[in-house]
Design a binder for this molecule. Structure first.
Ligand code: 3PG
Length: 208
């Protein structure tokens, strides 16, 4: 599972974190991201449409590698796996979520905000972690400080990252990609501005 996650996280410098209110937006949004050069997509489980959106993208946008985000409960992993998701992301961890992840073949990218949380997950075999919320908890300086004592861990920082500060993270040796919602802003999603989203994806894809 860690190997699968490594491959997925290397596909693009930015993982778009998306909130889908209307399931009909899922496929055109995913096509726009892929056309702009971003194949990895994290659909957050924050709206009733989210799981149907995952199913629609998996069925219709073959190039996309779809994950579910905002996973809070273990049961969501199996629902996501059955929906065809390739990976899962959580803002943090709980003992029950980690137990469920042990029993599920869907790779999980769990969120951490402290060195102790990172060490606990390393003990459980996790070598890919999300730093969340990246900028408020210390940003690129925090990750640079962790690179020497925690060299085994590869991070995908998320939270407060945008086109202008993404490079501060991407240049670090322990950062494999960043996550962010700036590629799919609510106004562009609501208007169906897929050309605008494709352009944002193109700028993000050029980052590394
Ligand atoms: C989130 O929780 O929505 C993600 O971490 C994205 O954060 P961002 O909106 O700051 O990019």
């Amino acid at each position: 599972r860690q190997q699968k996650l490594a491959t997925i996280l290397k596909l693009a410098p930015v993982v778009p974190v998306v909130i889908i209110d209307d399931v009909n937006h899922a496929v055109p949004m995913a096509r726009a991201l892929v056309a702009g050069g971003i194949r990895t997509i994290e659909v957050t489980l924050r709206t009733p449409a989210a799981m149907d959106a995952v199913r629609a993208i998996v069925a219709e946008v073959k190039e996309a590698v779809v994950g579910v985000g905002t996973v809070l409960r273990g049961g969501q992993l199996e629902t996501a796996r059955l929906a065809g998701a390739h990976f899962a992301v959580s803002p943090g961890t709980s003992p029950r979520l980690l137990d469920a992840a042990d029993d599920n073949e869907l790779p999980l990218l769990p969120g951490v905000a402290t060195a102790s949380e990172a060490m606990a997950l390393l003990e459980r075999g996790y070598e890919h972690l999300k730093l969340f919320p990246a900028v408020p908890v210390g940003g690129a300086k925090l990750l640079a400080a962790w690179a020497s004592p925690l060299p085994q861990i590869h991070f995908c920082p998320t939270g407060g990252i945008n086109l202008s500060n993404a490079i501060d993270f991407l240049k670090l040796t322990n950062v494999v990609c960043v996550g962010g919602s700036w590629l799919t802003p609510a106004d562009k999603m609501a208007r169906g501005d897929w050309a605008g989203i494709e352009q944002l994806a193109r700028e993000a894809a050029a980052l590394k």
